[in-house]
Design a protein around this ligand. Sequence first.
Ligand code: SF4
Length: 913
Amino acid sequence: MSTEVKTTTCYMCACRCGIRVHLDVKDGRSSVRYIEGNPGHPLNKGVICAKGASGIMKQVSPARLTRPLRRKAGAARGAGEFEPISWEEAFAMLEQRLGAIRATDPKKFALFTGRDQMQALTGLFARQFGTPNYAAHGGFCSVNMAAGMIYTVGGSFWEFGGPDLERAKLFVMLGTAEDHHSNPLKIAISKFKRDGGRFVSINPVRTGYSAIADEWVPIRPGTDGALLLALNHEIIAQGLYDREFVARCTNGGQLVVVDPSSPRHGLLATDEDADPVNPLYPQNQLWWDRHTSRAVLSHTPDADPKLFGDFTLPDGTRVRPAFQLLAERVGACTPEWAAPITGIPAATIRRLAHEMGITARDEKIELPIAWTDCWGNEHQTVTGNPVAFHAMRGLAAHSNGFHTVRSLAILMSLLGTIDRPGGFRHKAPFPRAIPPSAKTPTGPEGVQPNTPLAGLALGWPGSPEDLFVDADGAPVRIDKGFSWEYPLSVHGLMHNVITNAWRGDPYPLDTLMIFMANMAWNSTMNTDEVRRMLNDKGTDGGYKIPFLVVCDAFRSEMVAFADLVLPDTTYLERHDVMSILDRPISEFDGPMDSVRVPVLPPKGECKPFQEVLIELASRLKLPAFVDAHGARKYRDYPDFIVRHETEPGSGIGFLAGWRGADGSKALLGEPNPDQWRKYAENNCVFKVELDPSYRYMRNWNRGYMEWAQRVRLRRHGDPILVHLYSEVLQRFRLAAQGKWPGRRPPAALAKRVETHFDPLPFYSAPLEAQATDLEKYPLAAITQRPMAMYHSWDSQNAWLRQIHAHNYLFVNPRTAAASGIGDGAWMWVESQWGRVRCMGRYSEAVEPGTVWTWNAIGKSPGAWALAPEANEFTKGFILNHLISDRLPGDTSNSDPVTGQAGWYDVRVRISPA
Ligand code: SF4
């Protein structure tokens, strides 16, 4: 027996650490001996977590799917009765069925994927097929975090940007327990603390990162928006905002038309005679110059905008600086106002605001890096204000989360911390324009038989004209994304798909293909009802969702409902790319992408889902996958990755490294057949080091903008001003008020759009809390992902099951005792939608009005190849049974701006069992 070491990229969670896989090789067969972190990988620098080291058990799990399966004739969905078929039979079945759909009505095919890392490919497949019905899991995960931040600062957390803990002095984390950016963030926090930084965690529960925070500030779930508005109030009231940053780098100094009788009410005033520079992102807004006391073009040399005041333009139009409107908005949001909402004492809110403000003001960082801003001003140094934030799903997964996240982005901006040392920093390809220029089609004519979709399936609306609706304003997508119900649903609404398809609202589907998403269990609200819908038949005796294809590596709960099961490989058995076109692993100092390479052969007949898509795309003759004669273009997925270009001759492909015929080019260059080998020889990662003068202030950095355009990371070089005031939202509000010259919402939705498309952030209780008898259901219930398991992925992992095979409901002892529940006793937890029996556990690390548990630990009997007496069945539970995707009045339990699923809004009561 010999041993061998191969490097690849972990996929036991979404963090993408580099790993070294030690293999035993005997008689030509390899097996994993152990997995360690790769010290040569820039992301994790050799660090590995419990999950990463346990990848070995994934290979030997009895829950692996190893052959394509077809539901047995006559067997009910959910019974899990299958017969094996060959891949050729499976492909022939899909080719015939999908070919017929594509030739008639492509939207009858929907492709939805879970926590995959190949959205550039799945998105391309869907677009080429011609269906608008494509999305990944973002809509039910953290779309508010992406949209709220990107529509405000042009970037967001995790893959898009993050806290610069190398230089920060104060670190404030909100709504994060265990993070996607797992090992890198742990490494950074560890160093930050050793260097003497102060770490404050604001979270209803003190677990994970919060457990090592210097201060834990417990908050009631869904009320972070009120806290953030109060912090903004204090920062403005105490004069602790970075005036220079607000004036130059945000739209705070730009003038807003204040005349309710004007069709331009609430829009930014412009000089129509001035050159807008780029009509898509015009630059002819106005400032009120405090030197000359008159309106001038924004960023006129030597001018300085008034941030407060009420002015009249020469044509009589009344205007106010956007910052004045923000100050007015947060004027009443005092700490005393926020205290009873959040449960945080007013004095604590005031103290935190003061600490943020004086740390930002008094501990400035200055780096000797010369740079030039977009207006041509030379700067000899880069300066920063060392207050860094990080936030995730705890803020996002509420129906009021969009405005909460915008409030956070505004706080970060008032403190002057956007893309500056010690604050928040972007990761390539961010920053993006606000909003990014990618768009969906704008009407049903964008969906045509045998034709690629006339736009992207997911985009970034900038006005009502960008919505994907028909002439009556009705949705085109099955999930109703980009409709008036959820205009900025930039990640789609996976949680709507099954309910809408079952109802035939807005239309029935024919085939629903699900990849890596456990939608019959933990990846759905209203679990029992969804399982019923999947199995429900119409009057014609056929299933209401006629054909279900599930591709997964393991026998999850969802697999049992499939008509056709496609066995995926594990991450150790396939090629993968973490592409700049998708969600790369870039760090602050430059673009970075990475790959996985197979270190083991596929088990049984497993086939990577990427290969399935390449095969299907070739058989269906989707234009990007065949040549001019309709012949197959790519041998397989690795061949596709090397040779595919976004447009013929564009020089842009899925991988940025070692491009060009000789591999000497980065980001742009001709295809290089040797690309995979180069990645394999270089720890599976490629990095571009940005010139130091391009690493900060990228929203307004001329050098960076020019470079980014040269390498086609950006289409436009315009400065990206922070949108303290969102003109995008105001356009939708004007439409709802009947004042927009273009599209208007259906009457039934006008009030909802008018309310939620407020150009300034506001706080309202989550929709579910508003629709619940809070006397009857007084407690908030939330879940967290444990450090040792990633969703349901590890339910079959023998090592990780030793850490979590069942879960408790964690309850503050005072709360539990008041309900007569003992520590460790069986209890009921009940919402207005259902109840579950579980075991309670006392915990001081949760605020008294909240109960919580780990997600995805409890399992449905029969799934995951677990023994009938497994703890996951007998002791574990999932909270999803208590959460509904619909609210009273039959509205969706989603944020009315983005469609984000309101996972953390459910209210419960508890009692002994
Ligand atoms: S943090 Fe995630 S990617 Fe990194 S080693 Fe752990 S499981 Fe793997």
